[in-house]
Design a protein around this ligand. Structure first.
Ligand SMILES: NC(=O)c1ccc[n+]([C@@H]2O[C@H](COP(=O)([O-])OP(=O)(O)OC[C@H]3O[C@@H](n4cnc5c(N)ncnc54)[C@H](OP(=O)(O)O)[C@@H]3O)[C@@H](O)[C@H]2O)c1
Length: 288
């Protein structure tokens, strides 16, 4: 029997290289994997790619535009209705956009995708994760992020509406935000058997993230980056290994814990970000 037989996993961003490799790894371990794509065709294409690598895989394509709260809500509802439980949630969908875009729901696209989707999927699937933890001993949230250096969150402008937009201003703070949300989740989930960790995969070759940016970044990434399979190693380890079942609230890279310098250790910033995400979700205290 494979280690994840009978377990249910959901992976966002699974139409991209890194998260697709994570989804394939989970399927290889025996998990049934919900493969999220921005539309059904993208999700189905990823399912076919994964099945070519793992012929025995149990996969379900699910359409969800993760930048839209209504779409995330609908996907989470479907997963709860169909499976009732969730053993592994991997949040990895992300964007790196040259121009500022606003979603149909009025949020800035990078913040909506990189931060709100992580917050929403985690919260909307919490009951399903707790149910899995109660029956299997543990359930795991793995939030793919990046090293964030000395980046800080500008709480008066989280959606980069002020001044001139640049991806260097909009994107690095979303990586820090993912770390802070992971820490806050871990605190809130203590004692439930659900753990939450963040992971920096390293630079990933042929990433779709840079299609909008190009130039030297793309050259460096393709020259020095890891393959998607190599980049998937630590996320998979956090999602499946026995030795990480009880580890929570940390940032990882190459199976080693990373420090969270600067604002990444600021408890007040963490609380503030959580409150702001709750407000943007319109929850008014429901999930606070
Ligand atoms: N690549 C790196 O060097 C690197 C380094 C550190 C951290 N990361 C993080 O790792 C994660 C994965 O990166 P990657 O390199 O695998 O990027 P990628 O190849 O561009 O994959 C990102 C995935 O997110 C999906 N996505 C974006 N917006 C979406 C939306 N609104 N609805 C549904 N899906 C959406 C993309 O789907 P489409 O293809 O349909 O757009 C794609 O499948 C990202 O969150 C990134 O921040 C990457």
């Amino acid at each position: 029997m494979a280690a994840m037989d009978g377990r249910i996993a959901l992976v966002t961003g699974a139409t991209g290289g890194l998260a697709k490799a994570v989804a394939a790894g989970l399927a290889r371990e025996g998990a049934a994997v919900v493969v999220i794509g921005r539309n059904y065709a993208r999700a189905q294409e990823a399912v076919q790619d994964i099945r070519a690598r793992v012929p025995a895989a149990t996969l379900e394509p699910l359409a969800c535009d993760v930048s839209l709260q209504s779409s995330v809500q609908a996907a989470a509802d479907q997963v709860r209705a169909r499976y009732g439980r969730l053993d592994v949630l991997v949040n990895a969908a992300g964007v790196f956009r040259k121009e500022r875009h606003v979603t149909a729901e009025g949020l800035e696209l990078t913040f909506a995708t990189n931060v709100m989707s992580y917050f929403l999927f985690s919260n909307l699937l919490l009951d399903a994760l707790k149910k899995a933890a109660a029956s299997a001993g543990s359930a795991r949230i793995v939030n793919v992020t990046s090293r964030y250096g000395n980046t800080r969150l500008a709480f008066d402008d989280l959606q980069t509406a002020k001044g001139k937009y640049s991806y260097l201003r909009s994107t690095p703070p979303t990586m820090l935000a993912r770390v802070l949300l992971t820490q806050e989740l871990a605190e809130r989930l203590r004692g439930t058997g659900v753990v939450a960790n963040a992971v920096h995969p390293g630079l990933v070759r042929n990433t779709g993230l840079l299609k909008d940016v190009g130039g030297p970044f793309r050259w460096i990434t393709n020259r020095f980056g890891k393959t998607a399979e190599q980049a998937a190693d630590t996320p998979l380890w956090l999602a499946t290994a026995a030795e990480t079942a009880a580890v929570t609230g940390k940032l990882w890279a190459q199976r080693k814990e990373l420090p969270t310098p600067g604002m990444g250790s600021d408890v007040e910033a963490r609380h503030r970000l959580w409150a702001e995400c709750s407000r943007l979700a319109g929850w008014d205290g429901v999930h606070k």
